[in-house]
Design a protein around this ligand. Structure first.
Ligand SMILES: Cc1cc2nc3c(=O)[nH]c(=O)nc-3n(C[C@H](O)[C@H](O)[C@H](O)COP(=O)(O)O)c2cc1C
Length: 206
């Protein structure tokens, strides 16, 4: 025991999130990651992100929001992740008897949400659990990394900033957006962080 990678007892990167830590130590057989994908125009960058995370040896399970499916089809993520894509509905017939959001929440070492819309950030900050992604985050003791992507005004909106501050105070980590050309055609803050920087951040914790 003690050597990296082989059935080591390892505590998950909880980031001090305000959840009970009674089962802090788990036997970890791999580096399991949930990638939550929400309906930002930056969603196309999540495709490359999945590919890069797979190259790093992570097991990637993608959960898409319902609106994300309006922008890109789940088959793209299932092909890139070599895994089933988990879709928004919590009342869909699961593959096994397990309650999907609970088993997903317990089986992961880290939850990354990229791109994260203003909407998913707001729902998480309010504790709303109305789809598979929000339920899984709420039911998990794993660390949560959030990479926002949105219009600069949406990002600077006091409500969005208040939601981010609230989540940070609960132990959620953020990968700040960068300045660049936004979908609206104007330059500003709100572009999804570079894929390299997101991968680097994930590697810090897994
Ligand atoms: C083409 C298009 C692009 C969008 N891009 C963004 C975005 O980059 N960031 C964002 O916060 N919202 C964006 N929105 C709005 C969200 O899709 C909308 O708030 C949606 O309800 C988010 O749902 P979700 O957070 O459950 O995925 C976009 C909407 C459309 C139609």
């Amino acid at each position: 025991m003690g050597k990296k990678g082989k059935n080591i007892i390892h505590s998950r990167p909880n980031f001090g999130r305000s959840v009970s830590t009674s089962d802090k130590s788990i036997v970890r057989s791999g580096r399991r990651l949930i990638l939550g994908v929400s309906a930002s125009i930056a969603i196309y960058k999540a495709c490359e992100l999945v590919r890069r995370l797979k190259e790093c040896g992570f097991t990637v399970k993608v959960i898409m929001t319902k609106e994300a499916e309006e922008l890109i089809r789940p088959i793209v993520f299932s092909s890139l992740s070599a895994n089933k894509v988990y879709r928004a509905g919590i009342f869909d017939e699961p593959d096994t008897w397990e309650i999907e959001h609970v088993s997903l929440a317990q089986e992961t070492d880290l939850i990354l949400i990229a791109p994260a819309t203003a909407n998913i950030i707001a729902r998480l900050a309010a504790g709303i659990c109305d789809d598979l992604l929000t339920c899984t985050v709420c039911a998990s003791k794993a660390g949560v990394l959030i990479a926002p992507a949105m219009n600069e005004i949406m990002y600077n909106n006091k409500i969005t900033q208040g939601n981010i501050a609230k989540l940070k105070s609960c132990g959620y980590k953020f990968i700040a957006p960068r300045k660049g050309m936004l979908a609206c055609g104007k330059a500003g803050l709100g572009c999804l962080a570079e894929t390299d920087d997101i991968v680097k951040e994930v590697k810090k914790y897994l």
